[in-house]
Design a protein around this ligand. Structure first.
Ligand SMILES: C[S@@+](CC[C@H](N)C(=O)[O-])C[C@H]1O[C@@H](n2cnc3c(N)ncnc32)[C@H](O)[C@@H]1O
Length: 232
């Protein structure tokens, strides 16, 4: 079965219970190192930070761990993911620092120039309309506000790519299916990564959406990339 991007919210609802466990298992916990490195790119402590596609809030929580925000608003399409995130926030007693809202990043409820910075971790490749989503994030950022994106990308070394593809296209979907009991969700993951723009192509998307000073650096042989840009 094909999953199209209008079903993303319900797809994440259906895997929300196992999302964190599988994320850490399938990446051997390296996902947390990637998040740490991404948030280190925020140049200094900010006022209000928007974490788009916040899911179970790991990136939002990392922003606070590194003391890079006074407060955070996390938005996500999926009620199930937000519920899991809220449990974590309650457990860590971060209710006065992180507020969650169920929203679609293509039409945010916030006024123009509201946030001091914005972040997205493993979310942009799920946007239904990437250009529109990026433009909307740009709209709610203050001029000079930093934007950090962490996303899967493509390994360039052909030998590593060969082994990575076996893992990513075969082993990972099998483990994902067994644990989540969801037939398609973990087939959707490699599909979205294989189809998604990365590197210079994504930089062009950022510029088109109104960002400037856009740059990127790859991590772990290019498995993921951190992008940084600033609203003009
Ligand atoms: C792979 S998860 C990433 C969650 C979290 N940021 C992390 O680092 O683990 C992707 C999230 O993007 C959300 N998402 C996808 N499209 C969205 C949209 N248009 N607006 C808001 N959230 C969206 C999904 O519901 C899901 O929770």
């Amino acid at each position: 079965m094909e999953i199209d991007k209008t079903q993303v919210g319900s797809l994440f609802d259906s895997i929300s219970k196992n999302y964190d466990f599988l994320n850490h298992l399938l990446t051997l916990n390296i996902d947390n190192i990637w998040r740490k490195k991404a948030i280190r790119q925020l140049s200094s402590k900010r006022g209000i930070v928007l974490d788009v596609a916040t899911g179970t809030c790991d990136l939002a929580i990392e922003v606070l761990k590194q003391d890079k925000a006074q407060s955070i608003i996390g938005i996500d399409l999926s009620k199930g993911m937000l519920e899991k995130g809220q449990e974590k926030i309650d457990r860590l007693k971060l209710n006065d620092k992180i507020t969650l809202k169920q929203e679609d990043c293509h039409s945010l409820s916030f006024e123009d120039n509201y946030f001091d910075a914005a972040t997205v971790g493993f979310g942009v490749r799920n946007f239904r309309e990437l250009d529109k989503g990026l433009k909307e994030i740009n709209r709610v950022l203050k001029p000079g506000g930093e934007f950090i994106v962490l996303e899967f990308s493509k390994i360039e070394n052909p030998v590593l790519l060969f082994f990575y593809n076996i893992y990513f296209n075969h082993i990972l979907p099998t483990i994902g299916r067994m644990v989540s009991k969801h037939n398609y969700a973990y087939t959707y993951l490699p599909k979205t990564v294989n189809e998604f723009v990365c590197g210079e192509e994504f930089i062009e998307k950022l510029k088109k959406a109104g960002f400037t000073k856009a740059s990127y650096k790859t991590l772990t042989f290019g498995i993921v990339t951190i992008y940084k840009a600033v609203k003009e």
